[in-house]
Design a protein around this ligand. Structure first.
Ligand code: RIB
Ligand code: CA
Length: 315
C-alpha cells in the first residue's frame, strides 16, 4: 500500500473551506494529521464548530481539530458574514452532533507535529488568514523549515482583489501575518490566487446542480455555500460559485490540475492606505530581487472540476 502523504490543514472554516476539507478527507492519497482553526470568515470558535460539522458530514475519518488564534496580529477582525452567512455555513442550522475540538492550541500542536516529522513529510495547506502560520514561524522557525510545501489560498494572484480592488480576503484580514510568511525564506510557499477559481473554473449552475444531486456530501458542500451563490447572482448575474479554498486544495492535492504556477518576488503591502493587504507580484522582475514564493494563477478547469466531483463522491 503506497504511503499516504501527510497534510495539516489550517482553516477559518467558512463554507468554501468546508468543501475543500470534505474533498481532502476523500482523497485516499492523503492523510490529514491535524486541523488547526483561526478567525477569519467567522470567529475561531465558529470556524472550529464548522470544521467539526464538515468532518461529520464527510463521514470518512476524524482528524483531531485544535483551536488556533482568535485575533489577528494587529488588525481588527472584519468577518465575512455577507459572503458565508453569520455562522459561516449559510445559516442553515449545521452543527456537529458528536465531535469536539481537542485540548491544546492549534499553533503549538502544528509545531509539535512538525518537530516529530521528517523534513518534507508533512505539507501545510492554509485556507484562511495566515495568523497561525506566522505565529508558528515566529515561535519555532526550525520546526516550520521541516514542513514540505506550504500551499496557501491567498492573494489576488495576477488579478483583482475580492475585498478591495487590489486585496484578497485572507491576506487583507491579516496582512502583517502574510508579510511574515512571504518574507520567511521557507522553501516552498505556493499562493493559489483568487483568480485561479474564476473564469472557466467557476462552478456554473449546471455543475452546481450536478454536485448537489450527485451525493449527500455534494448537497452539504453546495447548501452551505448558499449565501455566496445569492451574492454571486448580483455579482455575476447567475448562481455561480467561485470556490477559492477548493481550488487551493485541488492545486495542493492534485497538482496535475495546475495550468499556471510561477515563482516571483512578492511583497505584501501593510501600509495604512487603500492598498493595504495587496500583494505586489513582480512579474517583470523590476525589483531585481530573488523570487520568494510561487503564485498559482490558473487551473485546468476540467481537471479541477473532475477532482471536485471525485472527492465529493459525485456519481
Ligand atoms: O478570498 C477567499 C478566501 O477568504 C477563502 O479562503 C474564504 O474562505 C475566505 O477565507
Ligand atoms: Ca477560508
Amino acid at each position: 500500500m503506497e504511503q499516504k502523504k501527510k497534510i495539516i490543514i489550517d482553516t477559518d472554516c467558512g463554507s468554501d473551506d468546508a468543501m475543500a476539507i470534505a474533498m481532502a478527507l476523500n482523497d485516499p492519497a492523503y492523510e490529514i494529521v491535524m486541523i488547526s482553526t483561526v478567525s477569519g470568515n467567522v470567529h475561531v470558535d465558529q470556524a472550529t464548530i464548522n470544521t467539526l460539522t464538515t468532518i461529520e458530514y464527510a463521514d470518512t475519518y476524524e482528524p483531531p481539530v485544535y483551536k488556533g488564534l482568535d485575533k489577528m496580529l494587529l488588525k481588527e477582525l472584519i468577518y465575512a458574514h455577507e459572503t458565508h452567512g453569520n455562522d459561516g455555513m449559510g445559516d442553515i442550522g449545521l452543527v456537529p452532533k458528536r465531535l469536539k475540538a481537542q485540548e491544546g492550541n492549534g499553533v503549538l500542536k502544528m509545531l509539535e507535529c512538525l518537530r516529530n516529522s521528517e523534513k518534507g513529510e508533512i505539507d501545510i495547506i492554509a485556507l484562511g488568514p495566515l495568523t497561525n502560520i506566522a505565529m508558528a514561524i515566529r515561535l519555532d522557525y526550525e520546526a516550520m523549515k521541516k514542513a514540505g510545501r506550504i500551499v496557501i489560498m491567498g492573494t489576488a494572484g495576477l488579478g483583482a482583489g475580492n475585498v478591495t480592488p487590489v486585496a484578497e480576503f485572507n491576506i487583507w484580514q491579516d496582512a502583517e501575518a502574510a508579510k511574515i510568511v512571504t518574507e520567511s525564506g521557507l522553501d516552498t510557499i505556493i499562493y493559489v490566487g483568487w483568480d485561479a477559481c474564476l473564469g472557466e473554473s467557476m462552478l456554473n449552475p449546471q455543475e452546481i446542480d450536478k454536485i448537489r444531486s450527485g451525493s449527500a456530501l455534494g448537497k452539504f458542500a453546495i447548501d452551505c455555500n448558499k449565501d455566496l451563490m445569492e451574492m454571486n447572482k448580483e455579482r455575476f448575474g447567475d448562481a455561480y460559485l467561485d470556490m477559492a479554498d477548493p481550488s487551493a486544495m485541488a492545486a495542493a492535492l492534485y497538482p496535475e490540475c495546475i495550468e499556471k504556477c510561477e515563482k516571483y518576488y512578492c511583497e505584501v503591502d501593510v501600509s495604512d492606505g487603500p492598498s493595504y493587504g495587496s500583494v505586489l507580484v513582480d512579474v517583470n522582475y523590476f525589483s531585481g530581487k530573488e523570487p520568494n514564493v510561487y503564485i498559482c494563477s490558473k487551473l485546468y478547469p476540467d481537471k479541477y472540476k473532475e477532482y471536485i466531483y471525485r472527492t465529493l463522491r459525485v456519481e
